[in-house]
Ligand binder design. Structure first.
Ligand SMILES: Nc1ncnc2c1ncn2[C@@H]1O[C@H](COP(=O)(O)OP(=O)(O)OP(=O)(O)O)[C@@H](O)[C@H]1O
Ligand SMILES: [Mg+2]
Length: 398
């Protein structure tokens, strides 16, 4: 039954000719990863993750000495132009404070980027410390499918999984790819982020997983972005984690459910929930590749090492074709030493698996969630939109 959403989205009936009960081989068309190639990074990652960034080791202050600790971190910032700030900070008069602040604010961006990095940037070296290639403009496709299924996964919460799924999906659609986004998180944030109220929906991914008669086409919604479709979810999905336990081949449930639509799309992005439970295992079993968004923060780095181990287990036991597509640094702030250090560690551990494209921290992303649309349409010429377009080009060039 067609359902309509506030954004004018409509549920799409099965339009294309699909043979009932047709299945797509779980590894069909997938590139099988070279065994061991991904193991090396995992081991290295474990070692690297065990080391705390230098700034952490110096900053272990009791609460009251926090300002002093901050000063230590600032000193460690290479070539930070501090001399002029010192007198300003000492200034006793209250009136002088705003002036001092203004000066600090102006100098911050230049002062916190090491001159070596600035030279590197001039030579084409990106924030990951590697020369950034120019990714070609993706060629338009004449026909679509079969889809490459990518799980956007990290068991740590709030690292940018949903934001990356929406915006990478929208950017890929701009380049003419047919993209299906799968909301695989009972929070339903992906659906909300596309302007849909998932609580008002009669059928969602939960029905798709649990009811044999429901097909992906039955719950599919189109979005305002041409070429971008959605399988929505809501809190009902949380029950699936328990209900699936009694199913035969429970880990393959999502793979089976996507089989009827995967030939219609070029890319399917599955937005995972922040856990390594059965739903996430399903996403990793259905996927050809995993994109790991990771905040540029120390604890996030440790989580990535753990996730890589899980991916290896899934590859060994359930999905031999599963590849680590790439690690995406999100919420990056080049002005903080900590962010730069963590990014350097991620590149040290995972090398070329780290996307050259880095997503900067900007308030435009939370704004897009409120607006219920991707940044590529909400703020089309913003840095954030540009970054996800670059990521789309990089992904297609891999
Ligand atoms: N690059 C960014 N800069 C600033 N804020 C961001 C950025 N990316 C995401 N955010 C914001 O951070 C919050 C968490 O992002 P998001 O929901 O994408 O993370 P998540 O990993 O999907 O979270 P969860 O684990 O809860 O599903 C959101 O409010 C989002 O708007
Ligand atoms: Mg999310």
């Amino acid at each position: 039954m067609p359902a309509s959403s506030p954004g004018g989205r409509t549920s799409r009936a099965a339009a294309s000719p699909r043979a009932a009960g047709r299945t797509v081989s779980a590894t069909g068309g997938r590139t099988v990863a070279v065994p061991g190639a991904a193991k090396a990074p995992a081991k290295k990652a474990a070692q690297v993750a065990a080391k705390a960034p230098a700034s952490r080791t110096t900053a272990q202050p009791p609460a009251r000495t926090a300002p002093a600790a901050r000063a230590t971190v600032n000193k460690a910032t290479p070539k930070a132009p501090v001399p002029k700030k010192a007198p300003a900070a000492k200034a006793p008069a209250a009136k002088k404070a705003p002036a001092a602040k203004a000066r600090v604010a102006k100098k911050a961006p230049a002062g916190t980027i090491p001159s070596s990095l600035a030279r590197g940037q001039a030579a084409g070296v990106g924030p990951t410390g590697r020369v950034t290639p120019t990714f070609p403009e993706p060629k338009r496709l004449r026909k679509h499918g079969p889809a490459r299924i990518l799980a956007v996964c990290n068991q740590k919460g709030g690292v940018g999984k949903t934001t990356s799924t929406i915006n990478l999906g929208a950017a890929l659609a701009e380049y003419g790819r047919k993209v299906l986004l799968v909301d695989f998180d009972p929070q339903g944030a992906l659906s909300v982020g596309l302007g849909i109220n998932p609580l008002a929906l009669e059928q969602t991914v939960h029905n798709l997983l649990m009811e044999p008669g429901v097909r992906a086409e039955d719950i599919l919604l189109t979005t305002d972005v041409p070429g971008l479709d959605l399988l929505p979810a809501n809190i009902d999905l949380s029950a699936a984690e328990v209900q699936l336990v009694n199913e035969v081949a429970r880990e393959q449930t999502l793979a089976r459910a996507l089989a009827t639509v995967s030939d219609d799309y070029d890319v399917i992005l599955v937005d995972c929930q922040p856990s390594l439970g059965l739903l996430t295992i399903n996403a990793l079993t259905a996927a050809h590749g995993v994109i790991i968004p990771s905040e540029c923060e120390f604890f996030a780095l440790r989580g990535v090492a753990l996730l890589i181990q899980t991916i290896e287990k899934i590859r060994e036991r359930l999905n031999p074709g599963l590849e680590l597509e790439g690690i995406l640094a999100t919420m990056y702030d080049s002005r903080t030493l900590h962010g730069r250090e963590v990014l350097a560690r991620v590149v040290e551990a995972f090398g070329d698996k780290v996307f050259h494209t880095v997503i900067n921290r900007t308030v435009r992303f939370p704004e897009t969630t409120v607006a219920g649309e991707p940044i590529t349409t909400y703020a089309s010429s913003s840095g954030g939109a540009h970054a996800y377009r670059e990521l789309a080009k990089e992904l297609l060039a891999r």
